[in-house]
Design a protein around this ligand. Structure first.
Ligand code: SF4
Ligand code: SF4
Length: 92
């Protein structure tokens, strides 16, 4: 099993989230958020709810999660006002 070690904590960025340059959540998270653009109003509530500031605006004003930062906690899915985000098991 690959061992993941957070070697450095470089800085705090806007929103108070820790930025770990050598730490990638994609290596260990159990689930990932998946957006259904047919249900998304582009309101941005999911982006504001993410404790890791992992959600960014992408093409045409929709949202998606940065896989390096998203921990798979599911908070964005719970926060979405129109059930546009579902949590999907991460394939290993
Ligand atoms: S909270 Fe839901 S409806 Fe609003 S932007 Fe995010 S995914 Fe879209
Ligand atoms: S699952 Fe958690 S960490 Fe990932 S984008 Fe949603 S709120 Fe952020």
């Amino acid at each position: 099993m690959k061992r993941i070690i957070a070697k450095t904590v470089k800085s705090y960025d806007i929103g108070g989230c820790l930025r770990r340059e050598t730490f990638c959540a994609l290596e260990w998270r159990a689930a990932k958020p998946v957006w259904n653009t047919d249900r998304c109003f582009k309101c941005g509530v999911c982006s504001l709810s993410c404790p890791d500031a992992a959600i960014i605006q992408v093409d045409e004003g929709f949202y998606d999660a940065n896989p390096d930062r998203c921990k798979g906690c599911g908070i964005c899915s719970e926060a979405c006002i129109n059930e546009a985000i579902t949590m999907s098991p991460e394939k290993k």
